[in-house]
Design a protein around this ligand. Structure first.
Ligand code: CP
Length: 305
């Protein structure tokens, strides 16, 4: 039985198969409308979510399955002190697969070690968000036609943004990727990621100015400043509007550059950019449903063997 804790849990060949399946689901949704009949997905969310939880639920319902779960730890027995290990043993009696989001890094991994069903990490603290990465990769592959040979700028909160950490991990395995990390000094990419890039001899640079690098980018991955991970409000307020992508900034970008964002957006992309054909962040949300459908099918298949 397989779980998904990190995007590296799948080889690039397995990711290709997953994305092929997601693309087939996009083209032929009716073919898949009953493949999970009789199966249940549990969504155990100890942290707030709109996209991840609802896209998982939408994915399972579109596959003909059912969903159950909680969206607030306060409404679960975690509020009485139940451990994640005990909770997943219980959920294993109620459901066939579980998507779990937790504020503590590693909590879904602990759950997976005690689980009788596949567990999907739906975001653990500031660590990883592998299904957002699958969404990002499928979006890039579908809209750019490839997952290699491009320059990607990652902009905003690179310290706490788990989607950024997962995406860098995943993209490192493809040829010809060059990273540009755009952040204020306080929100720099963690040193452990820089160490891996140096070890693997992967091209990267760190800059503060978004304007300066706009013309170089094939992809721009914007992120919000993660208020919930700050230790004091003053620092958050000082940094929250450090980057705001505007129409004026977009005028410096290539004609075929794509703007991605895991969402939710706060202020970092002006709404005036939404109508730009290069703004791909709402299309990205739809790809998130297809890739989660493909993931549920793949992991349930693995649980049969
Ligand atoms: N992208 C993302 O994880 O969004 P939610 O927090 O709404 O799930």
């Amino acid at each position: 039985m397989r779980h998904l804790m990190s995007p590296l849990d799948f080889s690039t060949e397995e990711l290709d198969r997953l994305f092929d399946l997601a693309s087939d689901i996009e083209k032929n949704p009716d073919k898949y409308s009953k493949v999970c009949e009789g199966k249940k997905l549990a969504t155990c969310f100890y942290e707030p979510s709109t996209r991840t939880r609802l896209s998982f639920e939408s994915a399972m319902l579109s596959l003909g399955g059912d969903v159950l779960g909680f969206s607030d730890a306060a409404c679960s027995s975690a509020s009485k002190g139940e451990s994640v290990s005990d909770t997943i043993r219980i959920i294993s009696c109620y459901a066939d697969i579980c998507a779990m989001r937790h504020p503590k890094e590693g909590a879904p991994m602990v759950a997976a070690s005690k689980s009788g069903i596949p567990v999907i990490n739906a975001g653990d603290g500031g660590h990883q968000h592998p299904t957002q990465t699958l969404t990002d990769l499928l979006t890039i592959r579908s809209l750019k036609g490839r997952l290699n040979n491009f320059t990607i700028g990652l902009c905003g909160d690179l310290k706490f943004g788990r989607t950024v950490h997962s995406l860098i991990n995943a993209l490192m395995r493809y040829e010809g990727i060059s990273f540009i990390f755009i952040s204020p000094e306080e929100l720099r990419i963690p040193d452990y990621i820089i160490d891996i890039l140096n070890e693997k001899n992967i091209s990267y640079k760190e800059v503060i100015s978004l304007d300066d690098v706009m013309p170089e980018l094939d992809l721009l991955y914007m992120t919000r400043v993660q208020r919930e991970r700050f230790f004091n409000e003053e620092d958050y307020v000082r940094l929250k509007d450090f980057y705001i992508l505007t129409r004026e900034k977009m005028s410096k970008a290539k004609d075929d550059m794509l703007v991605l964002h895991p969402l939710p957006r706060v202020n970092e992309i002006s709404v005036e950019v939404d109508d730009d054909p290069r703004a791909a962040y709402f299309k990205q949300v739809q790809y998130g449903v297809y890739v989660r459908m493909a993931l549920i099918i793949t992991l349930l298949e693995s649980a049969k063997n």
